[in-house]
Design a protein around this ligand. Structure first.
Ligand code: NAG
Ligand code: NAG
Ligand code: NAG
Ligand code: NAG
Ligand code: NAG
Length: 493
């Protein structure tokens, strides 16, 4: 500006004045111009420096609106010497800005494995491990998980949100410690499904330093569940050496914010085979310790000859899927067992046993023979590598779908050897012709018959295989002083 003005003055002088006068004017004018230029440069330098001090890194046009706003805010408050009112105001805005979304996202179709539960948040993925969410974390920017989730019928009426612990939403209750949050497509009353939902937590517990959960929050499709099948709850209490406290959201107005939370929503998801087995190892070992089960004799010394003990257990059930004639089934297995030195047969009804009775019995079982049913989940309490023989009523092979292989899957996940199944083909067709499209309901709870010839041959084969394997193990363990049992199996890490 100044320089332009100087040039303009010079031009005006040149045109108006005579040449004689113009020289003196020119001399005068040159001096004036020099003074003006020096002054202008100095001013520019000062202005530039001033700006450089204030915005050293980015130009003001790149500054976001909020940064400018904050600068103004800070400056104002610095001037007035009062931060606290503005801080409180901001904190209250943060408090009010927590957005709650429905736990069950209706935009997704309900199906297995889909993250329609808390659908806006991505899983953490680790090699060979189940996908999970953890709060607070870097991904959550330090925010913790808040749930308002009392509804037991519609997951769309339950809500989740993330909040900074310093500015929790109004009327929220802060919950200390670690919280387990589980969502399953299935349920917590069917033993197979419930174990599948809980196993990832045991795996996580083992590898994340064994911090005990202070509470458990269970959902099915985002609907709150406040119970789980007793056997599993006992197994969890044994594993964690602590009471399992299921959250019911009864306190306050039902809005709870959790200091630390881990969320599992894929059942076993990407969990690797060996990881599953390690989690089962831990549960088995803890259950045995909890129930004070002592190791039983694995090998007998008969006249100076080492003979493995083979413990054969017939685990029976009452009512649906019970054996039609228990005594004939037991006699058949008994006859085969008697033929092999070291074999001992036990036949019991699972309903008559307490949790610890079951742990104790299965700890000393090498072969379990049992009809398809929840009691067969007890197989995970046997030593790794033990055998499972399963029996199904008529109609199951054709009508029961893939679900009938559940115990096969459990055997594989827990390191047992599923020796196959026997499907009853005898008996009357109990399905009325007019209901042929839904026959399974007639067969579902039917009783299980028997085939003495088949049962005898099958059990003989299994007993002999177990005997050979155990003898190998005994020879191996004698050949080396090291125990083949991992001493750290019962500890974490
Ligand atoms: C700062 O603001 C708060 C809230 O408006 C007010 O209670 C307090 O007296 C103020 N303090 C000063 C030093 O002005
Ligand atoms: C918090 O609880 C109080 C008392 O129960 C209630 O009056 C108020 O509306 C609640 N505030 C919010 C934001 O829910
Ligand atoms: C196991 O033994 C301990 C110590 O002797 C005892 O306190 C506990 O009640 C026992 N547990 C069971 C299930 O018997
Ligand atoms: C079971 O089978 C045995 C031997 O065949 C027979 O004596 C007995 O009556 C049968 N029991 C029932 C309840 O059918
Ligand atoms: C019983 O099992 C044997 C041996 O597998 C088989 O040959 C026989 O056909 C079976 N009997 C019936 C009635 O299914």
């Amino acid at each position: 500006m100044n320089e332009v003005a100087v040039v303009e003055m010079e031009r005006q002088g040149n045109t108006k004045d005579l040449p004689s006068k113009s020289k003196s004017f020119n001399i005068y004018s040159t001096t004036t111009v020099l003074i003006f230029i020096s002054l202008s440069l100095a001013t520019l330098l000062i202005v530039f420096d001033f700006q450089a001090l204030h915005t050293p890194v980015y130009s003001s046009s790149l500054k976001s609106w909020s940064v400018q706003k904050w600068e103004t805010l800070c400056k104002t408050n610095y001037d007035s010497g009062n931060y606290s009112s503005k801080l409180n105001e901001m904190s209250s805005k943060l408090r009010d800005s927590v957005t709650f979304l429905p736990l069950k996202d209706w935009r997704f179709k309900p199906r297995e494995g889909h993250t329609w539960f808390m659908s806006t948040i991505e899983d953490t993925i680790e090699d060979d491990e189940v996908e999970y969410l953890y709060f607070p974390s870097e991904a959550s920017k330090g925010r913790i998980l808040c749930l308002k989730a009392r509804d037991r019928r519609d997951g769309g009426n339950n809500f989740y949100g993330l909040a900074w612990p310093e500015s929790l939403p109004a009327n929220a209750t802060f919950m200390d410690g670690l919280t387990y949050v589980s969502d399953t497509y299935y349920d917590y009353n069917n033993l197979f499904h419930a174990v599948t939902a809980m196993l990832p937590f045991v795996g996580w517990y083992k590898r994340k330093g064994c911090e005990k959960p202070s509470r458990w929050v269970l959902f099915h499709w985002g609907e709150l569940r406040t119970g789980m099948v007793t056997w599993l709850q006992k197994l969890m209490e044994a594993t964690y050496e602590d009471e399992v406290k299921l959250e019911s959201f009864e306190r306050g107005n039902g809005l709870l914010c959790f200091e630390k939370a881990v969320v599992m929503r894929h059942n076993m998801g990407r969990m690797g085979q060996e990881k599953k087995r390690e989690a089962y190892d831990l549960m088995r070992c803890k259950a045995r310790a909890f129930c004070n089960v002592s190791q039983t004799e694995k090998v007998l010394n008969v006249n100076g000859k080492l003979t493995p003990v083979i413990r054969f257990t017939v685990l029976m059930r009452k009512g649906p899927r019970s054996f039609k004639n228990e005594s004939i089934v037991i006699q058949t297995f008994q006859r085969e067992c008697e033929k092999v030195e070291g074999c001992k047969l036990t036949a019991v009804h699972s309903e008559d046993l307490s949790f610890c009775d079951q742990v104790s019995l299965m700890s000393s079982t090498d072969i379990v023979a049992s009809p398809h049913g929840a009691q067969l989940t007890n197989q995970v309490l046997m030593d790794r590598g033990s055998s499972v023989m399963e029996f199904f009523p008529r109609g199951w092979k054709e009508l029961a779908g893939v679900g009938q292989h559940a115990h096969h899957w459990v055997a594989s996940a827990s390191g047992m050897r599923h020796e196959g199944g026997w499907w009853d083909q005898q008996g009357d067709n109990i399905c009325p012709p007019q209901e042929s499209h839904q026959c399974f309901k007639y067969f579902k709870g039917a009783q299980v018959g028997h085939n003495e010839t088949y049962f005898a041959e099958w059990s003989r084969r299994v007993i002999n295989q177990v005997k050979t394997d155990k003898l190998d193990q005994v020879i191996k363990s004698l050949a080396t002083t090291e125990s083949h049992i991992n001493p750290n199996i019962c500890s974490c890490g």
